[in-house]
Design a protein around this ligand. Structure first.
Ligand code: SF4
Length: 691
């Protein structure tokens, strides 16, 4: 309008932080984002927000934003034009063979951008080497749940958590890490639901629970088998459900009924009192419906897939699938980690989890994309790649990274640094000069969530719009535009000529069966749509597996799973178990939250939590700077002496580069999902003596 410049504009969009997928309004004044206001019709959060969402405008206009492409000249990153940067990249990319190049996509960007990144890898570079950080958080969920249910996603909805009569939270600090899902848990509790929380720390979530199972990190399978042992012993299993909807029950039963999983033994392994195990088993089995919620405390182990399958066993045993208020509910971490997986940014599947190795899918994709010669074999996972690079055995020489910061987020950072030295050419596309971008040969400035349109998919499979509120700073551009321009420079203009984000989404719905009935028009209504939504009249699917499971015979499959200890256990030299995680004020590697004034001023740096008994033995006072060492690295970090952590266990949040927890963590991988063991490794703690 006439005085448009001074008017406030409210733009509905979706939070860029966690997988809860809260909606809010960005307030725009004079072309700048000046605040966040509630959007009451947002389905997940109904206008409420956590602190990260509330201040999600503060980093947008940060003076640190990347505003020009950068190229390395004589060791220094110097500004250049888009033309020169893209020509340089296109020229270099063309010199590498498909097996020499890897693309890393990003759970921080939109579905459209993830879709284009895997298309770029497969169509332009002819490589299946495309992966993203889901490898590090929920690859064990995708592998584990798909094996049991035929689908690797959260089975139920955030809203129906409120209908639960008992909520079993294991390996998730829901109230701090998915606060607006935590709110649903608290609403269920208010209505009388029992809350059970299994965690080595007495987190804010454990404090709100009716029962806290204070377990040793890395004993999840033993704990779950013990609960099932007790349930079967008491005849509390749901026989009707088991016979009608599942198979392989006897095999599972023969494993969990072994003497080692009787409660006295499980109590010894897990450190949880026998009576607490009894109460938990009774509540979970006897309250209907019961829901199970888990997160990275389950997935980030060398036995991640085993852990996931055990959670499914428990809920199948008690007949809690396909019903409101029940389900196995993995909480996805990043805003769009579900979408990045759905879009096929994984080395073995096209969009919609269609296997690369299946010739039928191969032909389908070649015809839709209008190309031939797509790679036929699955590619490398990012964790395997890092290991091979560090060992000097990898064929890979070039990496194209969109919005990831593995120089702080990957395990065993000294190894990652060594791996990066093996590369001949590294391109990083990001909104800030992250630790990873700082190593790149070319850095491309990207637009942030508030500067582009698109969709992202939250943890309950809800595909929601993000909407442009302001222009990107300087020469920065949306990731999807950058990918299209680069494809154009490499001779694939026709396959990457989109006018806008809606056109990309149209192609996504054609390629991806679960998104088949979706369009921007249908996603306009606040409730949006939850996949699967196979056709234009389908209303979407809030609860999976109501009639049958997505497996070939429609049955869910039990499996007998034995407990195995973590890859590295405490010993005389390294006597503590280290577990890592997040904090409510900060997000992952802190690139955004540490540049947000309000959030940064709440928590300025990291800390190591240890129990007063351990602190006393070591002569360490609260807030004293100590040294923490593992076989892989060491850091100096302030202590936090607290009863909230079990003796023998220590905790460090991983956001802070000045005391990076991942210098200590173990890169050992789950054999199936290739997820690393962030949640358990052995460390020692030393007092720093004055010089
Ligand atoms: Fe954003 Fe997650 Fe907080 Fe919601 S709960 S406001 S999605 S960070």
């Amino acid at each position: 309008g006439e005085n448009g410049n001074m008017e406030l504009k409210y733009v509905h969009t979706t939070c860029p932080y966690c997988g809860t997928g809260c909606g809010f309004n960005i307030v725009v004044k004079d072309g700048r984002a000046v605040g966040i206001e509630p959007w009451h019709r947002a389905p997940v959060n109904a206008g409420k927000l956590c602190q990260k969402g509330r201040y999600a405008y503060e980093f947008i206009h940060s003076k640190d934003r990347l505003v020009k492409p950068l190229v390395r000249e004589n060791g220094q990153l110097v500004e250049t034009s888009w033309e020169e940067a893209l020509a340089l990249i296109a020229g270099r990319f063309m010199t590498f063979l498909p097996e020499e190049i890897v693309c890393l996509s990003s759970a921080r960007t939109s579905n459209e951008e993830n879709y284009l990144m895997q298309k770029f890898a497969r169509v332009v570079l002819k490589t299946s080497n495309v992966d993203h950080c889901a490898r590090l958080c929920h690859s064990s969920t995708v592998a584990g749940l798909a094996a049991v249910f035929g689908s690797g996603a959260m089975t139920n909805s955030i809203l129906d958590i409120e209908e639960s009569k008992c909520i079993f939270i294991i390996g998730s600090n829901t109230l701090e890490q998915h606060p607006l899902i935590g709110r649903r848990v608290m609403l269920a509790k208010k209505k009388g639901a029992k809350i059970v929380c299994a965690d080595p720390r007495c987190t804010p979530t454990a404090k709100q629970a009716d029962l806290h199972l204070s377990m040793y990190s890395g004993t999840d399978v033993a704990l779950l088998n013990g609960l099932m042992h007790h349930i079967i012993e008491n005849g509390w299993e749901d026989s009707a459900f088991i016979s009608k909807r599942t198979k392989n029950y006897e095999e599972m039963k023969s494993v969990v009924m072994q003497e080692i999983y009787s409660l006295p033994n499980v109590s010894k392994i897990t450190g949880v009192p026998e009576d607490d195990l009894k109460t938990a088993a009774e509540w979970i089995a006897q309250s209907k419906p019961s829901a199970l919620i888990y997160s990275m405390g389950i997935t980030q182990h060398t036995v991640g897939v085993d852990n996931v399958r055990s959670t499914a066993n428990l809920m199948l045993l008690t007949g809690n699938l396909g019903v409101p208020g029940g389900g196995v509910n993995p909480l996805r971490g990043q805003n769009n980690v579900q979408g990045a997986c759905d879009m096929g940014c994984l080395p073995d599947v096209y969009p919609g989890y269609q296997k690369v190795a299946d010739p039928k899918n191969h032909r389908k994709m070649e015809s839709i994309w209008g190309v031939s010669g797509l790679p036929k074999a699955p590619g490398l996972t990012v964790t395997e790649l890092m290991e091979q690079l560090a060992e000097g055995t990898s064929t890979v020489k070039c990496m194209y990274v969109m919005g990831e910061n593995f120089m702080l987020s990957d395990p065993d950072l000294n190894k990652v640094r060594k791996a990066m030295k093996q590369l001949d050419f590294l391109v990083v596309q990001d909104i800030f000069l992250s630790e990873t971008a700082n190593l790149a040969d070319v850095v491309l400035p990207a637009a942030c969530y508030a500067e582009k349109n698109g969709t992202q998919t939250n943890t309950e499979r809800r595909v929601q719009r993000i909407r442009k509120a302001v222009d990107p700073p300087g020469d920065a551009k949306a990731d999807w535009r950058i990918i299209c321009e680069l494809a154009g420079c490499m001779g694939y203009g026709p396959q990457f000529s989109y006018m806008n984000e809606a056109e990309i989404f149209e192609e996504i719905s054609k390629v991806t069966p679960q998104y088949g009935g979706m369009s921007y028009e249908r996603l306009e209504k606040p409730d949006s749509l939850q996949w699967p939504c196979p056709d234009k009249t389908h209303p979407g699917t809030p609860i999976l597996h109501t009639e049958k499971f997505s497996t070939s015979d429609g049955l869910a499959e039990f499996s007998g799973i034995e407990w195995k200890p973590p890859a590295e256990v405490p010993d005389v030299e390294y006597p503590f178990i280290l577990t890592t995680g997040r904090n409510i004020w900060h997000w992952h590697t802190g690139t955004m939250t540490r540049r947000s004034k309000t959030l940064a001023s709440e928590v300025r740096t990291g800390w190591v939590e240890l129990n007063p008994k351990d602190a006393k033995k070591l002569g360490i006072r609260n807030r004293e700077k100590v040294r923490v060492l593992s076989r892989r690295g060491k850091i100096e970090i302030p202590s936090m002496v607290t009863e909230d952590i079990k003796p023998g266990v220590v905790f460090i949040p991983f956001h802070f580069k000045e005391c990076a927890a991942n210098l200590l963590t173990n890169g050992a991988l789950d054999p199936v999902a290739k997820i690393p063991e962030y949640k358990a490794c052995a460390v020692k703690i030393e007092k720093i003596e004055p010089q």
